[in-house]
Design a protein around this ligand. Sequence first.
Ligand code: ZN
Length: 259
Amino acid sequence: MRWLRFKRGDDPPKWGWISEDGLVGEASAAPFGSYTRQQAQYALDEVQLLAPVVPSKIVCIGRNYVEHAREHNAEVPTVPLMFLKPPSSVIGPNQPIILPPQSQQVEHEAELAVVIGKRGRWIPADEALSYVFGYTVANDVTARDLQRRDGQWTRGKGFDTFCPLGPWIETDLDPADALITCRVNGEVRQSGSTRDMVFSVAQLIAFISSVMTLEPGDVILTGTPAGVGPLNPGDVVSVEIEGIGELLNPVEAEQLPHP
Ligand code: ZN
């Protein structure tokens, strides 16, 4: 099933679901606990899609595809390389990625995002997929110049709008072999499969939960295939994952409040 968050006009944000014939219905609460669903009644183009989850944290994995590590002349990690993006970086489908004035090199990173469905610590790898609620599409937008300059990645990965998520959560997906494609203005930049991950989704959940408790709604970004490249004002970037859908975002330069 597909779950989403949406808005109609000035109404408050709502959780919802998508029917077989592509209509949106309201749900009374987040799907991680108890909820009731109403009949699907709105066309997708009648609603504004929001980021499909409000995570308490976004745990990201660096260099989880061999070819991407190679394009940066980086070693392939022997244990998962973990970092965080702040919840304030999340935006939804069609919302603009804002290029901050501190960076001259902002890049896209197309990634499979895992949405956690139940709380866990020290989750064994062979039970890990039962802690997954579903999967969505992410763009781990990165100020590459600041990431290199700082040595650690909080600034380069943490700007507002640097974590587009969406368009919805797909609960029925096999994460072992899903094609990931990133296009900028229609031109293919990244093309890979989750089959080429160094550490699998189950291994990542086991590893991360040995460090921190995973909560319902938390998001794991599982790393990007090769082909990362620049974003410029006026671009439209799309990340598509087979079996989930396509996440589109325009790109704009930041308008400073005090020029
Ligand atoms: Zn990434």
